[in-house]
Design a binder for this molecule. Structure first.
Ligand code: SF4
Ligand code: SF4
Length: 667
């Protein structure tokens, strides 16, 4: 199973500073792809349960809000309300892989955090710190910095009341010890760079509750009461689209939108919270919230559980969760129905098929925050976020509005309506939008059938069409590019014959392109998304060179891969499993030599011309050794990767590049 291994805080920071200093980018997001604040005179800020955020957009609790670099990248794109990936008591889940299919509309079979609770805690603290460090590094204006983190918890009363989750919530809420420990663990030069930063120690004061399909109504109510009374937070209840009832959902999904192949799972509707129950429950919980001086809100919506009629996910997955365009229509209907029934008195947050086109619509409906996931999994990735805010600005300017409240009024005004408060205008906008969105062809099946194009070729370790999509679509920034010294290299084989090592000429090893692509396996959870968008066959995360943080994770994995380590005598070496055979490469710049070994044959080569300077048999010769071959194309592959990786900005160099003179890379 793919296990995510977070970076050390110092590696996260080191990479950010180095990458920005060298080329103005941060975690592969170019400066032009970041959001640098609203245009002069425009105010995109929203108020979220009494606190102001510079924008109303953010990642939904999901793959873009799990690792520290996810939080940072979301923020760099303009997210200012970041809903952290749902935590729960069961923190050692087996998630089926692949787990994300956004070929067109969007399906998944993943759910809560894949890290241990303790790891999530540190990732969220590191992400929070990174956001502040990035704001400082970029010289971000104060009015563009206001950022809120929302915690998302699931899924049962017992789990949320458990000591582990209770303590987790407390430690993140009052995070001074964690923030200080993070800073104290930094090397001196990095500590000096963040010493003046003052990230708020109360990292969150709002919790979104996520429950499973079928969670009884009284349990949801008791969890929310527990969150108010024990944790003293604002609470948002995430609603399911099943609130609309099976007939309505099916009528929209298949009847209206034409997704004939999709079948909602009927029993989920029978078991889930009913609409009337939800309205009544919220009324009772409002009183609990009022007693605590806290706010109660609702989120529209969770994904819709549908039958798995495809072959993308493992065969034992009988159902899957629908997101994207069709869910947008359903979630808007559910939100509008609920808002009308409750007189628009609850703050509603939103997540369902949000993209740059409908983000301004959602903002005009008073939805706060408006979160996104499926769209960010498409080419462009986090760089799609600033376009949401650009589109909002354009629509605001068209409407003659310079603030979100003015925009809400202006949209209602365009229908000839004048409302006393933004909340009333927002409710009217939401109801109006729920009607127009039903008839909007961009959400219909016909417009959402296309799948990403394949070109017929198959990926190999090196060389591909260099489209860059695998880097963009990975939520964890696990794929990265590496500049290598492309060329044609003499690549003989060293073969054991009669107890000696013979040099046998081989085909030249050809690497055509300077720019190659690699994967950092410890950030990769095998979600499959880069395979969906790669135009070549095979899956970048499986075929491209895979790097591990170290021996531990490398040895737990069965497939080919590499790691860099420091030997007791302070040399950096690269260990690599190529075609299942383990090799070790050490470069010695002072002597101008490389040592390359597979444990049976060890070879010394000149670094300048790659001439063979020596060859030895490392093990006693026996019958099995006869015919054994050390293939020197693997030497070239590992050498190019080691040099290229450490010279660039990526998860490997974040840890080791400062040692690169030891492997001769500063030649
Ligand atoms: S590298 Fe590919 S499979 Fe791995 S997490 Fe990223 S998108 Fe998913
Ligand atoms: S591996 Fe695939 S997605 Fe990545 S750059 Fe190459 S062709 Fe594009």
């Amino acid at each position: 199973m793919a296990v995510l291994v977070p970076h050390r805080f110092e590696d996260l920071l080191r990479r950010m500073y180095a990458e920005h200093a060298t080329r103005g980018a941060i975690y592969d997001l170019e400066a032009r792809e970041m959001w640098h604040g609203a245009s002069p005179g425009m105010d995109l800020s929203v108020v979220d349960h009494g606190a102001r955020a510079s924008t109303g957009v953010g990642p939904a609790a999901g793959p873009h809000a799990q690792l520290a670099q996810n939080i940072l990248l979301s923020w760099l794109g303009g997210s200012r309300v970041i809903e952290l990936k749902t935590v729960q008591i069961l923190d050692q889940l087996e998630i089926p892989r692949p787990c994300i299919d956004v070929q067109n509309v969007g399906f998944n079979v993943e759910w809560s955090q894949e890290l241990l609770l303790e790891e999530s805690l540190h990732e969220y603290v590191h992400g929070w710190y990174m956001v502040h460090a990035a704001a400082d590094l970029l010289g971000m204006q104060q009015d563009a910095r206001q950022t809120l983190l929302d915690v998302s918890v699931g899924y049962s009363l017992d789990g949320i009341r458990s000591d582990a989750v209770r303590r987790w919530l407390d430690r993140l809420r009052h995070a001074r010890p964690l923030l200080e420990a993070a800073k104290a663990g930094l090397p001196k030069e990095l500590r000096a760079r963040v010493d003046h930063l003052e990230p708020a120690e109360e990292i969150y004061d709002c919790v979104t509750l996520s429950t499973f399909h079928g969670c009884p109504a009284d349990e949801i109510e008791r969890i929310v009461t527990h969150l108010f009374e024990v944790h003293d937070v604002h609470v948002i209840v995430k609603m399911n689209p099943t609130l609309l009832g099976y007939e309505t959902v099916d009528g929209i999904l298949r009847g209206r939108l034409g997704y004939d192949d999709l079948e909602a799972v009927k029993h989920a509707f029978d078991e889930d919270l009913r609409f009337e129950q939800a309205v009544a429950m919220m009324g009772r919980l409002e009183q609990v919230a009022a007693k605590k001086g806290r706010a109660l809100g609702a989120k529209f919506t969770n994904t819709l559980v549908v039958k798995n009629h495809k072959s993308f996910f493992p065969g034992d997955q009988k159902q899957m969760y629908l997101s994207g365009q069709p869910l947008h229509v359903l979630a808007v209907q559910a939100a509008a129905k609920f808002a009308e029934a409750t007189g628009g008195r609850y703050q509603l947050s939103f997540s369902a098929g949000i993209d740059r086109h409908n983000f301004p619509d959602a903002i005009a409906c008073g939805l706060v925050p408006v979160t996104t996931c499926t769209d960010l999994l498409r080419p462009g990735g986090y760089a799609r976020l600033p376009k949401y805010l650009k589109e909002l600005e354009e629509r605001m300017k068209l409407a003659g509005a310079a603030s979100v409240d003015a925009f809400v009024h202006a949209i209602a005004g365009a229908r000839g309506e004048a409302w006393a408060t933004p909340r009333e205008a927002a409710l009217a906008n939401l109801v109006a939008y729920s009607k127009t969105v039903l008839a909007d062809p961009r959400y219909a099946s016909e417009k959402n059938r296309k799948i990403p194009r394949r070109i017929g070729s198959h990926l190999a370790l090196f060389d591909c069409i260099n489209c860059d999509k695998c880097v963009q679509v990975c939520p964890n920034d696990a794929n990265f590019s590496v500049d290598v010294g492309a060329g044609s290299f003499t690549a003989p084989r060293l073969v054991v014959r009669g107890g000696e090592v013979e040099v046998v000429p081989g085909e030249p090893y050809v690497v055509k392109k300077e720019r190659q692509f690699a994967n950092y396996a410890d950030f990769c959870n095998d979600c499959g998304n880069c395979d969906v968008f790669c135009p070549e066959e095979g899956g970048p995360y499986k075929i491209k060179p895979r790097f591990f943080a170290g021996k531990d994770t490398f040895e737990k994995d069965r497939h080919d891969g590499f790691y860099v380590e420091r030997t007791p005598d302070e040399r950096l070496v690269m260990v690599g499993r190529v075609d299942g055979v383990q090799h070790e490469l050490a470069l010695d710049d002072r002597r101008g030599r490389a040592t390359f070994s597979d444990g049976v044959i060890t070879c010394e080569l000149g670094l300048a011309d790659h001439a063979i300077l020596g060859k030895t048999l490392g093990a006693p010769v026996d019958a099995e050794s006869e015919g054994h071959a050390l293939l020197l194309w693997r030497y070239h592959a590992m050498r190019l990767l080691l040099e290229g990786t450490l010279a660039g900005h990526n998860p490997v160099s974040a840890r080791w590049s400062q040692n690169r003179s030891r492997v001769g890379l500063d030649r």
